[in-house]
Design a protein. Structure first.
Length: 502
């Protein structure tokens, strides 16, 4: 491990290197499994944001003028270096989030593909040449936005950041990142990877700190051309309105309340296999968590019985142990939110079928553990069915016909993702097309790829990550019109009929 981060105190990453915060302050990052202090991290504030934006502004001209194939080479090299340092990244990601190693090894193992995919897009992207009337050459260019800001959460710290960094770099932008203060370590460490890949100093900067301080300073900074936030819907509204004051572009990947809709004909065991993954992966702390399991009445009881039985068998344990299936929640605050909603669910009259408490035993005394929890008898108007809990809680609801299933699935303010489980291909597409959700899986859940657009309808967000849509959202269009005529430029000569606008 390079000496720079062997020490327990991590700096900010600005202009291609580590430095302390201007205030000299640090904050502690905990390991959620036992609440031990993992690292002290420099606490960035407005002065540090100014320094990071200035570094990114200085770096922008050089990087934006670097030919796309050279940018792609740096990105391919970054992918290679990241693969070489994967064990280190996975270990740190597990420690700072508490998520099971088996999940994060699989998730982080794919992240180099984002740099390869977007690097290739930058190389192959062609400017368009729309038709134009008369002796003109008319073409458009996609040019980078400038310095962009990324504000990211703690649940998938490196994946979510990668979804923003790769298209930003490919398009030629420079950037300042404000990661969650709960999990800033891998975003910081990525600075070394990008530097070693040959990225010019100042293109990628990270200022860890708190949302209301460093986050807000970045959001309202006049030198920022776009703010891309992944976080809760309320944070999205705050950040979007701050950004709006400067007409800064805003993209928000926000909250969700994903439905899994299971039709008759699907084996209850298959529904339960899917639900265990969709509901409890990341200890339920994902924006596309299958938090509402909407099951046809004909298979409802069999699904519930098996779901309850198998939920009891999920293996909680040390997140670094490859056999562990469910780790702790990320923080005391997150566990308090989950406990509050479990109380609300019981008060609302839902049936607590399994879980609903902290696990017992010495291994769970410290840290933020909570048992995977299933509520049955849930009505869609209950708060546990409407509000994002962001924890290992699934609400099971029966339905009688397709219309009712669609109404239940669409019946929240969110619209990020949904999954449809059926053996009937016509029904699969018919129902998928009526889901008010930006991502719909058929007989699958939570599958993600650098080429597949990701983002929400309704209150789940604005904009798209992944795919060419994300690349386009990190560019702006410049139109260049060339008059090829050698006739004299004289707008009085057209005999009274203004031809200039024809
Ligand atoms: P938060 O909304 O609490 O925070 C997200 C980021 O925004 C953090 O870095 C936070 O800083 C920062 N922030 C908070 N307030 C401000 C502010 N006023 N100005 C600027 N920045 C601010 O989300 P969580 O970190 O708790 O993550 C969970 C949420 O993220 C869930 O709602 C989840 O659904 C959503 N999410 C959405 C995804 C998607 O793809 N749609 C994917 C993953 C998560 P700080 O850490 O200091 O609070």
């Amino acid at each position: 491990m390079p000496a720079e981060h062997e020490q327990r105190t991590w700096g900010l990453w600005i202009d291609g290197g580590w430095r302390p915060a201007a205030s000299g302050r640090t904050f502690a990052v905990e390991n959620p499994k036992d609440a031990s202090v993992l690292a002290e991290v420099a606490e960035g504030g407005a002065t540090d944001i100014d320094a990071a934006v200035a570094a990114a502004q200085r770096a922008f001209d050089g990087w934006s003028e670097t030919p796309p194939e050279a940018r792609a080479r740096v990105m391919a090299k970054a992918a290679e270096i990241l693969r070489g340092r994967m064990d280190e990244f996975v270990r740190i990601e597990v420690d700072q989030t508490g998520r099971a190693r088996r999940e994060l090894a699989a998730q982080l193992g794919r992240l180099p593909e984002w740099y390869e995919y977007f690097g290739a897009l930058a190389r192959t992207h062609e400017d368009t040449v729309p038709p134009f009337n008369g002796p003109f050459l008319n073409y458009t260019r996609r040019v980078p936005l400038g310095v962009v800001g990324h504000v990211t959460p703690w649940n998938h710290p490196l994946l979510i950041l990668t979804k923003k960094v790769a298209p930003s770099l490919a398009a030629g932008n420079s950037m300042v990142v404000k990661p969650s203060e709960l999990a800033p370590l891998t975003p910081l460490l990525l600075g070394e990877v990008l530097r070693d890949a040959g990225l010019p100093d100042g293109v990628y900067n990270v200022v860890p700190g708190f949302g209301a301080d460093a986050g807000a300073a970045l959001t309202r900074h006049q030198g920022i051309r776009k703010i891309d936030l992944t976080g809760g819907t309320e944070t999205g509204k705050t950040v979007a309105s701050l950004a709006g004051r400067n007409l800064t572009r805003f993209a928000g990947e926000l909250g969700g309340k994903a439905a899994m809709v299971a039709f008759p004909g699907v084996a209850p065991q298959a529904v339960v296999n899917a639900a265990l993954f969709a509901s409890f992966v990341a200890t339920g702390q994902t924006c596309v968590q299958g938090s509402r399991l909407i099951v046809h009445r004909s298979i409802h009881d069999a699904v519930v019985e098996e779901l309850v039985t198998r939920t009891r068998t999920l293996r909680l344990g040390d997140p670094q142990d490859l056999r562990t299936q469910v780790g702790p929640l990320v923080s005391e605050r997150q566990r308090a939110i989950v406990e509050k909603y479990v109380r609300i669910g019981q008060e609302e009259g839902a049936t607590l079928a399994v879980g609903g408490r902290r696990p017992e035993g010495a291994a769970y005394e410290r840290g933020y553990w909570y048992l995977p929890t299933v509520f049955t008898g849930v009505r869609n108007d209950m708060r546990i069915a409407q509000e994002e809990i962001f924890g290992p809680v699934v609400c099971v609801m029966p339905f009688d016909d397709e219309e009712e299933a669609i109404a239940l699935a669409n019946g929240t303010e969110f619209g990020l993702a949904a999954s449809v489980w059926t053996e009937d291909v016509r029904q699969a597409h018919r129902v998928a097309h009526r889901m008010q959700a930006g991502i719909v899986w058929i007989n699958d859940h939570h599958r993600i790829d650098p080429a597949s657009p990701w983002g929400g309808f309704k209150m789940s967000g604005i904009g798209r990550e992944n795919g060419i849509a994300a690349y386009h959202e990190y560019t702006q269009i410049q139109n260049v019109i060339v008059n090829l005529s050698s006739a004299p430029f004289d707008w009085f000569a057209d005999d009274g009929a203004m031809k200039r606008y024809s």
